[in-house]
Ligand binder design. Structure first.
Ligand SMILES: Nc1nc2c(ncn2[C@@H]2O[C@H](COP(=O)(O)OP(=O)(O)OP(=O)(O)O)[C@@H](O)[C@H]2O)c(=O)[nH]1
Ligand SMILES: C=C(OP(=O)(O)O)C(=O)O
Length: 283
């Protein structure tokens, strides 16, 4: 793995987007509270896996909400009840609308821990139902992207008539225990239309930044780093690859647990899983 802070241009070409004045909306896919972390099923019982899914998602969403550049966070899930239970402590609930608006649950960040930015409006966190008719990770992200694209100002004008470019979409997986606000800001500061934050084996994609309205097919799954770079090339846009500790380390396997920085492994929110993981790791 490369040292923190090192970003690695992988593909170069035409001038890229400058993130300058773009609004940024994060989309976090979170399938449910039971089927995920299946590669840890031999180590953790179902209740522990569910707790791990919730803990990791809380960390990622809290980090995104605390990142100064992120305007709002949409969590796309097929289990809004679990997701609300997992994330509700991060926000002051705002009652969902009574009319036939889309099935979202919104809230504004809870104060008290210094995480919420000044001037937060209602609905900085939205929980979005992934319809059963659109299953899978890539489809979940399409659902999120459609909502994000609808937030773009069609006239290209922000408050006070200043020019505002289209919305920047930041996809972030919900299982990145070492993600920091510095990681998020570093990714968003990359000057390229497509930014891929790869995993520690340099094969997958843990985060992806791109313009919400740019034509681009999500290709998450096995070998998604190469697939996303190929997709960018196909679309004729420049892509850069970023690999930082906080963006690279997800938590799918026992090996991932071993690769976590020791301060992350020791964190309070992972404490109750520590014993189970370490026991399994020792065999
Ligand atoms: N909404 C939604 N999220 C998904 C779906 N599949 C995966 N995800 C999320 O995408 C992220 C990356 O998924 P994986 O790395 O496969 O994680 P996982 O499903 O928890 O783990 P495994 O069971 O080991 O595959 C996690 O935040 C998942 O919750 C899906 O079909 N719908
Ligand atoms: C879905 C992906 O991640 P994971 O390997 O964590 O399943 C991916 O990298 O595209």
């Amino acid at each position: 793995m490369t040292p923190d802070g090192a970003a690695h241009p992988a593909v170069t070409g035409a001038a890229g987007a400058s993130p300058g004045r773009q609004r940024v909306v994060a989309v976090v896919p979170l399938r449910d509270g039971s089927s995920g972390k299946s590669r840890l099923a031999t180590v953790l019982d179902p209740a522990e896996r569910s707790r791990l899914i919730a803990t990791l998602a809380r960390h990622v969403v809290r980090t995104l909400l605390a990142s100064g550049s992120v305007e709002r966070v949409l969590v796309v899930t097929s289990d809004p009840r679990f997701t609300w239970r997992a994330l509700g402590s991060l926000v002051e609930p705002v009652p969902p609308p009574m009319d036939d608006a889309p099935p979202t649950v919104t809230g504004t960040p809870a104060g008290g821990d210094g995480d919420s930015a000044e001037g937060d409006g209602p609905g900085r966190l939205q929980i979005v139902l992934q319809p059963a008719s659109r299953p899978g990770l890539n489809a979940a992200l399409d659902v999120g992207r459609e909502i994000v694209a609808s937030l773009a100002d069609p006239a290209g004008q922000g408050a006070g008539g200043t020019a505002v470019r289209s919305v920047r979409l930041l996809v972030a997986h919900a299982d990145l225990p070492a993600l920091t606000t510095d990681d998020v800001e570093a990714l968003l500061a990359e000057d390229a239309p497509v930014v891929v934050a790869t995993d520690r084996t340099r094969s997958g994609t843990n985060l992806l930044a791109l313009d919400a309205e740019a034509p681009f097919t999500f290709r998450f799954g096995v070998g998604s780093l190469e697939a996303h770079l190929a997709e960018a090339e196909l679309r004729g846009v420049r892509a850069v690859v970023v690999q930082r500790t906080g963006t690279a380390v997800d938590l799918d396997t026992l090996d991932d647990w071993s690769e976590l920085p020791s301060d992350v492994r020791a964190r309070d929110d992972l404490a109750d899983l520590h014993a189970a993981m370490d026991r399994a790791r020792r065999g």
